[in-house]
Design a protein around this ligand. Structure first.
Ligand code: AR6
Length: 180
């Protein structure tokens, strides 16, 4: 599924983000940048140890923020490590923090002059964010950014399983009329 927002394309695909060829891929990191399971584990495995070396030097990243490293053996040029919130029922500012993790990733990409970026579904795995809510917040953040900021031409959501892919498709279908 694909929509156009100003001069940019927003695309949803099912797949493995480590295979993406966009300028940057986004990692669902933790605030210690310590590596882990899920997409974080997959990116460090596929990219090799240089990414973790850079993460160690950076030291950490608060929830809702993002940092950038090179991408080791990956096809992408950069990895943006974004830290989404752990879902704790929805009353701990999770929505704002999740939106911020997407916004800060996009800002970093813009600052580097990147044209394309791929996101996973931040917080929607180990961090337990309800899937449709996570998809809505993610899509709204990207749509609002592309509406107001020039430079990024392609944003891809690379969704690992059917459930996640279907939730993003459903939420993008709801949001589509607001894009115009
Ligand atoms: N490509 C794209 N998406 C993937 C891939 C992949 N190769 N592998 C998993 N996903 P998660 P979180 C999906 O748990 O919820 C880690 O241990 C997955 O199906 O990776 O933000 C970190 O170190 C789900 O839809 O990230 C943190 O401690 C989505 O990516 C913590 O987990 C996010 O799931 C972060 O948890």
């Amino acid at each position: 599924m694909e929509v156009k927002i100003k001069n940019a394309r927003l695309v949803l695909v099912k797949g493995d983000i480590t295979e993406e060829e966009t300028d940057a891929i986004v990692n669902a990191a933790n605030s210690r940048l310590a590596g882990g399971g899920g997409v974080d584990g997959a990116i460090h495995r596929a990219g090799g140890p240089s990414i973790m070396e850079e993460c160690r030097k950076i030291g950490g990243c608060p929830t809702g923020q993002a940092v950038i490293t090179s991408a080791g053996n990956l096809k992408a040029r950069y990895v943006i490590h974004a830290v989404g919130p752990i879902y704790q029922g929805g009353t701990k500012g999770e929505e704002k923090l999740l939106r911020s993790a997407y916004e800060e990733s996009l800002k970093l990409a813009s600052k580097k002059g990147l044209k394309s970026i791929s996101f996973p579904a931040l917080s929607a795995g180990a961090y337990g964010y309800p899937l449709d809510e996570a998809a809505r917040v993610a899509l709204q953040a990207v749509i609002d950014y592309l509406k107001t900021t020039e430079g990024i031409e392609l944003v891809r959501f690379v969704l690992f399983d059917d459930r996640t892919f279907e939730a993003f498709k459903r939420q993008l279908t709801f949001l589509k009329p607001t894009i115009g």
